[in-house]
Design a protein around this ligand. Structure first.
Ligand code: CP
Length: 310
């Protein structure tokens, strides 16, 4: 396989980080750097359908912002209840209709595999904006973009993941990719919210360096970045189990007394109480910049899959 070019992405679906090679990921991150500043209206005349069957602030709005900033337009819905899914319409039918109204589809759905199913039903590019606890590939790209910006490079980074590693799709997408950059990963969670064995076994098979912990310290002492996640209330089958773990980690400014001075604290957001706002002013807290990077990376992705750069 040769060096990636923009032509490799035209018309392509973006469903899982596993569908992207390491070179393609680096290509997209480099391309995104060109989209940090105001960009030309390369998507004038193009329409993006944003079909969100699950709540979102960042992903939906940053996709829409990216499209508008590139001169394109958007249509769609922000919850399943206002679409004909509420009347029993199948996902495949919704997709077959929407593809007649737009040039690309961005979909978020609570069911794992729904984005892949949508891509199979569509003849236009489909981008996965999160499918259940499975994948969130554009979040991963913006996370990598942020990590590279903050730490200079991705290769061999020492990254901790803290919180709900069982249900968090952002974590699942990101670890697979960071593994390919030889990251050393520390998974910090209560036993009931550990990363599923399937993922750990896969990392071991790939000779990726990982370890597990339950306490924040000493696990954080040698990290270059800490990726904090929310406990995902909506994915717990048992509400009592959620009550038991909902406050398990709460970082505040005292975290910085013990953490490395140059640690970068990331979070896909939304947060609940796992990071206190009193950490926000510190330069180590990069989660709002991370969210803003979502527009940059999504501009690069939309321009690529819509063939505006070839
Ligand atoms: N990070 C993220 O996916 O946020 P939203 O759920 O607000 O889109």
């Amino acid at each position: 396989m040769g060096t990636p070019t923009v032509a490799d992405f035209a018309g392509r679906d973006i469903i899982s980080t596993r569908d992207l090679t390491k070179d393609e990921i680096l290509f997209l991150l480099d391309l995104a750097e060109q989209f940090e500043d105001p960009s030309p209206s390369v998507l004038q005349g193009k329409i993006m359908a944003s079909l969100f069957f699950e709540p979102s602030t960042r992903t939906r709005l940053s996709f829409e912002s990216a499209m508008l900033r590139l001169g394109g337009r958007t249509l769609g819905f922000a919850e399943a209840g206002v679409s004909s899914a509420a009347k029993g319409e199948s996902l495949a039918d919704t997709i077959r209709v929407a593809e007649g109204y737009a040039d690309a589809i961005v979909i978020r759905h609570p069911r794992e595999g729904a984005a892949r199913a949508a891509a199979e039903a569509a003849s236009i590019p489909v981008i996965n904006a999160g499918d259940g606890a499975n994948q969130h590939p554009t979040q991963t790209l913006l996370d990598l973009f942020t990590l590279r910006k903050e730490k200079g490079e991705l290769e061999g980074l020492r990254v901790g993941f803290l919180g709900d590693l069982k249900f968090g799709r952002a974590v699942r997408s990101l670890i697979n990719t960071l593994g390919r950059f030889n990251a050393q990963m520390t998974f910090i969670s209560p036993p009931s919210l550990r990363l599923p064995n399937y993922y750990l076994e896969e990392l071991t098979e790939q000779a990726i360096n990982w370890k597990m912990a339950t306490d924040v310290f000493p696990a954080c002492r040698d990290l270059e970045a800490l990726y904090v996640t929310r406990i995902q209330r909506e994915r717990f089958p048992d509400p009592l189990e959620f009550e038991r773990v909902k406050n398990v980690y709460q970082l505040d400014r005292s975290f910085l007394d013990e953490a490395p001075d140059d640690i970068a604290i990331l979070h896909p957001l939304p947060r609940v109480n796992e990071i206190s706002p009193d950490l926000d002013p510190f330069p180590q807290s990069v989660y709002f910049q991370q969210a803003h990077n979502g527009v940059t990376i999504r501009k690069a992705l939309l321009a690529s899959v819509l063939g505006a750069l070839s």
